[in-house]
Design a binder for this molecule. Structure first.
Ligand code: AMP
Ligand code: MG
Length: 410
């Protein structure tokens, strides 16, 4: 069993043991938000499918309206109208105008439009105070060309992309199956929220924070409840869990006698590694149990979240074939002192704000308590300041920061 890996070694190892999912689901557009495309998607039609007008006004021939101005208006004969979706049934000839409305096909014979505010109607005539021009015509296929690929396998479906897929003519979209991620909490002291807290008890926050992180990363959390600190109970619950793509346990991986996750996997699984040189989140374990990858998250609430974010989230991205990075790093000026952790990398929680005047464009202020048992730091902080090994960060230094929530404005 490898032990005490660097952050980079740990990430590399978990990704080596992660396979992209191959099952594809066809989902309706209304269910597609946040899903990952499983295939390239091409436009089923041109958009617009014909030249159309971007303004309400009149279509005409540019050459008939040249030089029109308030002093020298041009009069054209009005011959009818073309609302959106209803092409003008005949051809427009010299000296003629047709009313058009935004999105309406340009009548045959017309090559220009003039906005209604630059005109006046006079019975069967239209008076133009400006020339009709082609600039307000949206040419055929300006937005989308039939047969061209606009969305690629691995793209996450944002609201704009759901709209684009609909605009391309697709009613359903092929997406990668969501990875099923089992979440099992361990600990005699752990009780469910909503029940009375016995002396020495602690509410199970890990199952819910981690389930939320799983969902945010595109996975489907499967809550497996909690087990007391006994190996037979843990084993039975894992064996009864059904088909999963990843198992996450919380607690029971450090050095104590009750660290049952580690003991069970030593006996019955394959441990790829135990412990990462980082704080918080030093004791995680990465293993395989009955053919399923298992990540043993530490029990401390901050550690469980940080470890999932740094390693579990990239695993899910790989399973989903996502092409966007699982997290990013930005540079920021430290507003406060951030303590290092000796030979380990420290991920200190911070409130990250935009500041166009600061190096890197951001500032990072420390949360009030950096204990790995204080979950408020993950609820009100939005970023991890990276303190390299054998170092501290002094206020005013420029540091690497990993945002995990929305970055605030200065
Ligand atoms: P462990 O890793 O099992 O030694 O647990 C470390 C700390 O995390 C202990 O203080 C536990 O009470 C706490 N803890 C363990 N599991 C959970 C959980 N599911 N939710 C909240 N706190 C937990
Ligand atoms: Mg425990």
């Amino acid at each position: 069993m490898r032990t005490s890996l660097t952050v980079e070694e740990a990430l590399q190892t978990v990704l080596e043991h992660t396979r992209p999912l191959t099952e594809v689901e066809e989902v309706p557009l209304t269910e597609a938000l946040g899903r990952v495309l499983a295939r390239d998607l091409e436009a089923l039609a041109d958009h617009p499918d014909v030249d159309n007008t971007a303004v309400d006004g009149y279509a005409a021939r540019a050459e008939d309206t040249a030089g029109a101005s308030p002093e020298n208006p041009v009069r054209l004969r009005w011959i009818g109208e073309s609302p959106a979706g209803r092409p003008f049934p005949s051809r427009l000839g010299p000296g003629e105008a047709v009313s058009v409305y935004t999105g309406a096909p340009l009548p045959e014979g017309a090559d220009a439009v003039v906005a209604v505010e630059d005109t006046e109607r006079d019975g069967e005539f239209v008076v133009l105070y400006k020339p009709a021009t082609p600039k307000d015509i949206r040419p055929k296929a300006q937005d989308l060309q039939k047969g061209r690929v606009y969305l690629k396998r691995g793209d996450v479906l944002t609201p704009g992309r759901v709209g684009l897929a609909a605009g391309m003519g697709h009613a359903t979209l092929p997406v990668v199956r969501r990875p099923r991620v089992g979440i099992l909490s361990t600990g005699d002291e752990v009780v469910e929220p909503g029940t009375p807290l016995p002396p020495g008890g602690v509410y199970n926050s890990n199952a819910y924070s981690v389930a939320a992180l799983v969902r945010e990363a595109g996975g489907e959390p499967v809550l497996l409840g909690k087990v007391d600190d006994t190996i037979p109970e843990l084993k039975a619950r894992l064996e009864g869990a059904g088909r999963l793509d990843l198992i996450l346990t919380s607690g029971g991986v450090s050095m104590g006698d009750y660290d049952i996750v580690r003991h069970l996997l030593e006996q019955e699984g394959t441990i790829h590694f135990w412990k990462i040189l980082q704080r918080p989140g030093g004791p995680p374990l990465f293993a395989e149990f009955a053919g399923t990858p298992l990540f043993g998250l530490p029990g401390n609430p901050v550690s469980a979240m940080v470890v999932f974010f740094l390693y579990g989230r990239p695993m899910l991205f790989k399973m989903l074939g996502r092409t966007d990075p699982p997290y990013r790093k930005v540079r920021a000026v430290a507003d406060d002192f951030f303590k290092g952790a000796g030979k380990k990398v420290a991920f200190r929680r911070a409130v990250l704000r935009y500041d166009p005047g600061a190096p890197g464009g951001h500032r990072a202020a420390s949360v009030d308590n950096q204990s790995s048992g204080v979950l408020r730091s993950m609820a009100f902080g939005n970023a991890l300041v990276i303190v390299p090994p054998h170092a501290h960060v002094e206020a005013g230094e420029v540091v690497d920061v990993i945002p995990f929530g929305e970055v605030q404005s200065a």
